[in-house]
Design a protein around this ligand. Structure first.
Ligand code: ATP
Length: 241
């Protein structure tokens, strides 16, 4: 299941944050959305997750138009926002049960899902701890576990590794890649860190609200005769990340 975006534009007053975006994610893959600060990544996430209403263009998620079938879309989608939305004074369990309830799951239905996701992230022992006592990497893992509770087919992550140390960033990135391989999860991972992108990833480079390039990192480098994705990014945008 994938996301298809057609002719999407969005402005904040006179500022065009996204201009004529056309994009189809590769199913079951780690799709990277690469752009410097202000490129429009968070605005795109706000539209995909229905925080913002569409102004123009169309988005189809897992075959459903987000404008016409929002409930079906939300069932298929998991979202991890840039800023943490965990309640620090609730336990991990309380945060997860609350989210499960929002998706219509009873406590009895939620418990095996919570157990499974926390085990996957090596966090089973922290179930009854307050989120405040977890380090940044573990909080991120809880947020991802939460986004996966209702078994979405597509997972959106907006700069999930910001503020984490390099080793934690890498392990999070590898973990998400494993989910793509094992569960055919379709992932959209927004980042401004080029080292988080691998050569065979489908990559979209967003700059000042426009898509400058979209293909696998390898293909893009070949097409533009660039030594690597970092060099290509610099030559296309005039900036380094
Ligand atoms: N609520 C808002 N009101 C007005 N302008 C906004 C608002 N949110 C974002 N913008 C502007 O829209 C453009 C795109 O911002 P956006 O946050 O989507 O980019 P981004 O790629 O996510 O950047 P960052 O990595 O810094 O979050 C920027 O010029 C930003 O200043």
């Amino acid at each position: 299941m994938s996301i298809i975006i057609r002719n999407l534009s969005f402005s904040y007053g006179s500022l065009n944050a996204l201009q004529d975006i056309n994009l189809a994610l590769q199913e079951g893959c780690f799709n990277a959305l690469l752009g410097p600060n202000g490129a429009g990544k968070s605005t795109l996430f706000a539209l995909l997750s229905r925080l913002y209403a569409l102004q123009s263009g169309e988005i189809t998620i897992a075959g459903h138009s987000i404008a016409h079938h929002p409930a079906q879309v939300m069932r298929k989608l998991g979202v991890v926002f840039q800023q943490s939305t965990l309640d620090l004074d609730l336990s991990v369990a309380q945060n997860l049960y609350y989210h499960a309830a929002l998706h219509g799951m009873s406590k009895r239905q939620a418990l095996p899902r919570i157990t499974e996701e926390l085990a996957r992230f090596d966090l089973s022992q922290r179930l009854h701890d307050k989120v405040r006592t977890l380090n940044g990497g573990h909080r991120r893992r809880v947020e991802i576990a939460r986004a996966l509770l209702h078994q979405p087919e597509i997972l959106l992550l907006d700069e999930p590794s910001v503020g984490l140390d390099p080793a934690t960033r890498e392990s999070l990135n590898l973990h998400i890649r494993q989910l793509c391989r094992q569960q055919q999860l379709t992932v959209l991972w927004a980042t401004h860190l080029i080292e988080e992108v691998q050569n065979d990833d489908p990559v979209t480079i967003l700059f000042k609200g426009r898509i400058l390039a979209s293909d696998t990192a390898d293909q893009l480098c070949q097409q533009h005769q660039s030594a690597d994705i970092s060099t290509l990014f610099r030559s296309l945008t005039g900036t380094s990340t």
